[in-house]
Design a protein around this ligand. Structure first.
Ligand code: MN
Length: 450
């Protein structure tokens, strides 16, 4: 089996690319990263196709396929990667992903004999328009931060913040894939039912508590047949890669509807992901042991292994930023709201896959998991406004003049993710940006789409 955690030559921090921007300090996309997206040139009728980020450029994989410079597994991968969604590439599995990564790495290296052939296959990222990189059949959102679960649980159930199943089951729910958009997505403030404080009957109208959730997305590669399980030891070979994910949430709708069956309309109106999917091979240098405070119950056998305990977590720095309409008008930069790391997650990505299939549920290439809001151990590391504003009771200061308990019309939320440590190349996930528009008026509510 391909071991995705093992460092290989493509992780070597000394390697440089003939694409000069990839060698710049602080670059998200050095030659050690090589994440995938689906793109075309902005304002063009070109077909969407797969691409790999290198510096401030995109290696156009459909163009590379035409140039016929790759052979064997890499050539097979290219045929799949040149399509308008990455599902076919995802389905091929880790040995073929590795073949393509190795071939692209070799061809983008300083001194590669393929430089002349591939230079014509580069498209500047500044000219790119991205699409959701896969046809996402199913979307599952988890709840893997115990800090988020405890803080939010305390608001909804002061006497009983963390339900007794939390430390045994990776909690999740099946979400909606049709409303997942790529960075740049705008959406209208959702309408819905909410129960005003002290009232006995709900009202309907625009949500007053729209929030973001700082999450990672996990794209499933090769799936499993219905009725089979993916054991923990093989779980990561089914993961194509990670992206950033903002699970927009209407807290007032959520509070009224979530019992007894969980989130529904409070969550399914929009979810935004970053265009780039970063492979586990690129993230291999940033593996860390799982943090479990003393006295936590050990996971059941199907969720436990030495490898998972020692290196199941990944230290990915995650930041959330806010840009209000006033900040935009003044030309002020966005303000950082919080910063945390995925290393604090109670459950690992492998545990999420193993748990999802313990009952024989079939995962399919292109399925997407959300990790759940990533909040760290301190209040400043919270991954949502719900937590940062203590349930809306303590609005936070934004810029010099504004305050926010929840999002206001015209707000943009930006999330960034990256990995950094001495002795490794910086690996960035890029950013995901989304924008809240005013609520629909009644005349806008019955449009149909083709
Ligand atoms: Mn969520």
């Amino acid at each position: 089996m391909t071991d995705l955690n093992l460092l290989d030559a493509t992780n070597d921090p000394r390697r440089r690319s003939w694409v000069a921007s990839a060698n710049a300090t602080g670059c998200d996309f050095p030659i050690q990263n090589l994440p995938y997206a689906v793109f075309r040139r902005r304002n063009s009728n070109e077909a969407f196709r797969g691409g790999i980020a290198i510096g401030d450029q995109i290696l156009d994989l459909a163009a590379v396929a035409k140039s016929a410079v790759f052979e064997a597994g890499a050539a097979r991968a290219l045929q799949a990667a040149g399509q308008a969604s990455l599902n076919a590439l995802m389905q091929l599995g880790p040995d073929i992903w590795r073949a393509l990564r190795d071939a692209v790495f070799q061809s983008l290296r300083d001194g590669s004999p393929l430089q002349a052939a591939l230079k014509t296959c580069l498209v500047p990222q500044s000219e790119a328009y991205y699409s959701v990189p896969a046809q996402i059949g199913d979307f599952t959102d988890f709840y893997s931060s115990v800090y988020h679960a405890t803080t939010v649980g305390r608001m909804f159930r002061p006497d009983n913040p963390l339900l007794p199943n939390y430390k045994w089951i990776p909690i999740g729910y099946h979400g909606r894939s049709s409303s997942i958009g790529v960075s740049g997505q705008s959406f209208s403030r959702p309408h819905g039912q909410r129960l005003p404080p002290g009232q006995s009957a709900p009202i309907v109208g625009p949500s007053a508590r729209v929030d973001y959730e700082l999450e990672l997305g996990i794209f499933i590669g090769a799936g499993n047949s219905l009725g089979t399980q993916i054991p923990l030891s093989r779980a990561e070979s089914h993961i194509f890669g990670l992206c950033l994910l903002n699970d927009w949430s209407a807290r007032d709708l959520q509070a009224w509807e979530y019992q007894p069956l969980g989130p529904f309309l409070a969550k399914n109106f929009a979810t935004t992901i970053s265009p780039w999917i970063v492979s586990l091979q690129a993230l291999a240098p940033f593996r860390v042991p799982v943090e479990r405070p003393e006295g936590e119950p050990p996971p059941l056998a199907y969720l436990d292994s030495e490898a998972n305990r020692v290196a199941g977590a990944i230290d990915i720095r995650l930041d959330a930023w806010l840009e209000t309409a006033a900040m935009r008008e003044r030309g002020d930069p966005p303000q950082r709201l919080s910063s945390t790391s995925f290393r604090h997650s109670y459950w690992t990505i492998a545990q999420l896959v193993a748990h999802h299939t313990i009952n024989g549920c079939n995962l399919v290439a292109g399925d997407l998991f959300g990790t759940g809001t990533q909040s760290g151990p301190t209040p400043e590391e919270a991954g949502s406004l719900l937590e940062l504003s203590a349930g809306g009771s303590k609005p936070i200061k934004v810029g010099d003049t504004e305050r926010r308990a929840f999002l206001e019309d015209g707000d943009s939320v930006i999330m960034r993710g990256w990995c950094e440590k001495p002795g490794a190349a910086r690996i960035g996930l890029g950013e995901v940006r989304g924008h809240l528009l005013p609520a629909l008026s009644p005349s806008q509510t019955s449009q149909t789409t083709g």
